[in-house]
Design a protein around this ligand. Sequence first.
Ligand SMILES: C[S@@+](CC[C@H](N)C(=O)[O-])C[C@H]1O[C@@H](n2cnc3c(N)ncnc32)[C@H](O)[C@@H]1O
Length: 207
Amino acid sequence: MPKPDLESAYSLKSADETRRFYADWADSYDTEFVAGNDYIQPRNLAACFAEAGGSGPVLDFGAGTGAMGVELARLGIGPVDALDLSPEMLAAAGRKGVYRDLIAGNILDGLDLPPDSYAGAVSAGTFTLGHVGPEGIPPLLRIMQPGGLVGLAINPTHYETEGFGAAFDRLSSEITDLSLTKIRYYGPRASGAHKDDVGFAALFRKR
Ligand SMILES: C[S@@+](CC[C@H](N)C(=O)[O-])C[C@H]1O[C@@H](n2cnc3c(N)ncnc32)[C@H](O)[C@@H]1O
């Protein structure tokens, strides 16, 4: 198993590999990655979601150790459920004390939840290289309420190579109010090759 860092995460190839990779990273993710890189993508996505009128109940998809849940709680948005492939990452998210439910599962396998479960869905750091492509959007839409707001951070290279633009076109009868804005991933204390990385905050509503 490669050393857990951003470059290795971007090269993951399967759900099993992803599960093993994040089992290894769960204990040090908050100190090494979030604090060490001044990782602010969740904060910036949460701000976009709040500004667009996002409200609970919210599903945080690919919640990891819960950085997004902390930001939503700070903004007074809840309740929030965490979904993640990795039980170890999810356990760390649970220790933040900001989530209503912790759901272990692969979004791509579908979720055993009723169609109208959520008024909102958010995802930071998961629609990215080596992770989930546009095929992750229909399973999210299935469990959203009509009019519900989705906010996804999407890596711009991944956006192009995985064809998110064409996927949004194909979903045009199911979604509305699509907007793409740019958000910074890392704050002023970041250093190294990725310190200036910027990605999309894609916001849209289920029709
Ligand atoms: C880079 S971490 C991001 C975690 C957190 N959202 C953040 O911004 O710090 C990506 C997370 O997505 C999860 N993940 C990847 N593929 C998934 C899938 N198909 N279904 C559910 N979770 C997935 C991983 O287990 C991992 O915890």
